[in-house]
Design a protein around this ligand. Sequence first.
Ligand code: GLA
Length: 688
Amino acid sequence: MRPLFSDTPWFGGDYNPEQWPEAVWDEDVELMRRAGVNLVTVGVFAWSLLEPEEGRYEFGWLDSVLDLLHDNGVKVDLATATAAPPPWLSRRYPESLPVTVDGVRLSPGSRQGYCPSSPVYRRSAARLTRVLAERYGSHPAVVMWHVNNEYGCHVARCYCDESAAAFRRWLTAKYDTIGALNEAWGTAFWSQSYSSFDEILPPRATAAYPNPTQSLDFERFSSDEMLACFLEEKAILREVTPDIPVTTNFMGLFRGADYWRWAEHVDVISDDLYPDPADPDAARGSALARDLMRSLGRGRPWILMEQSPSAVNTRPSNAPKPPGQMRALSYQALARGADGILFFQWRQSASGAEKFHSAMVPHAGTDTRIWREIEQLGSELKSLGEVMGARVQAQAALVFDWDSWWAIEQQGLPATSSYRALVARWHAALTEAGLTVDLTRGDEDLTGYPIVIVPSLFVTTDAQAAAIDAAARAGSSVLVTDQTGIVDENLRVRLGGYLGELQSTLGVWIEEFWPLAGAWVRPGAIPVSPESTVPPTVSVCGSLFADGSATGVEWSETVHVRQAEVVAAFDGGPLDGWPALTRNVRGNGSAWYLATRLGQDDMAAIVRQLIAESGLEVRRPDSGRDGGFVESVQRGDTLFVINHGTAAVTLAIPGTDVLSGGAASGMTLEPNGVAAVVAEVVQASSAS
Ligand code: GLA
């Protein structure tokens, strides 16, 4: 297969020339040249123009566009255009439209109006893919295939009869016998025993909670079903154009698709991410998503396929990115392993559903802040060839798994939790401490990581428990937090005290859950009244915390110690005196257990302990960071320092900033400022 990446970062965006008269196209390529654009994604939503009637194609406009781009040195990531079926498809085959959990069949007139299990959708998408591959596979501009678009973005689950039939086929392949399914799903409860696979439906709207394992299997099935759509198109592309790499754009931490299962099938990992400029923590969240993308590709370079130059039009109120933020977030992606920075979209639409979404060429034209920032970034990226292909070295692994995500957010649990928030907080704590973090499903070799964090791995498989234990034995400092090891992959409780196999790793077992009444529920939730019998927080005493005390929120539980040291204990409340934080010596390493959830400062105190005991040396690149999140990431020989905070910081590291050409030491980084620091060339000299 042809390599996609070279020694210049990709720079560009979604290019939708079909929205514009041809007269605009010449100006487009002229402006692309000025901005340094070298890659555009073409045709993502062009199905209805490419195939205006079933089996009748019109390629003239796309021929011209690809030739024009090629003549101007712009490469193309060519879409298979299958994300938005044309009106004729749903008119002729209404059964191809998706159905919601409540049984409502969605109407055409928007996008993504298809059921992933629909045979007619699949057939039509495959036919279009083949025709496009045969026509454009040898076009010199085409360097990558872009299958569909953001699978599951709007319709991640379909509950129609076709989906039900596909679900039954998936279950039959998985369980083989109905007896095995009944056993796995625990159908003896609530009179749910099935006599045949034919009786099974998707978990449509029900009177009370649906069967939890049925729901989890439906999540898995739905992710697999979208993946099957991707694989069908990919197989055609491979057959016709074996040399051209294939991507499909992911959406950061997207709940609807298990990207660990997808990643091995995608030649180039690519991601779409739209951090909210109004959210002061947005850069922390995007750092996590970038680390996930690098980890999905096992460290290989990936592409930021879409981001907005400024505002989006998808939120109730859409803040623009302030000056410099688009640049700072672009460098964040580059620092965390991206070899390409692209946008949605090239030219801001004058009509249609996304006309108020910002673009590289804004409504007001090129005498604009956005355009100047685009030009600046395009020009700067050319000087960052050294970074291309370079690896990012992580010191910590963070376990993140879709099964636990789906399971811990079901109904009928001890408390409501946001898995994403639980994982994000630990990622932020590690990142703030100056560590770089790889994400992992947790069932692979973790022994190389000095620090391993396992937040709320509700579903813990034997393989995960074994890998976590092996990491501790080999010398890692492992921290496991509450709600780990509760159930197996069929959601069957691990009996005999929670934590399952991890009891011997951690030297503790859990008897009972005591969620705190002030538990985080959903944003905007009303806090419980202060008179509640269950307190909203609990004090935790331990000398590692500032002033010897921390505040536990959301969760507490009764922890029995078999052989661990109690590092901190609950102070007051129903669990007064019980262990809250424990540490067990395990082989060459340690295994910590945290039985509550903490604020950032208290999490930082624990991370400092893990860093200290693992002997890691973490150097801060700046002299102080009172104004928020300053991230530093080493990629190859370049240390990126990015100030996402609200106050300026001064760098205190040797080396040269390749962006400004100046010395790094003493350099001031204003909010949204970026430095890309390489070490000064040290002349070898003989000791005298
Ligand atoms: C997604 C889609 C794009 C566009 C953007 C807008 O990422 O892939 O087509 O709708 O959102 O933010």
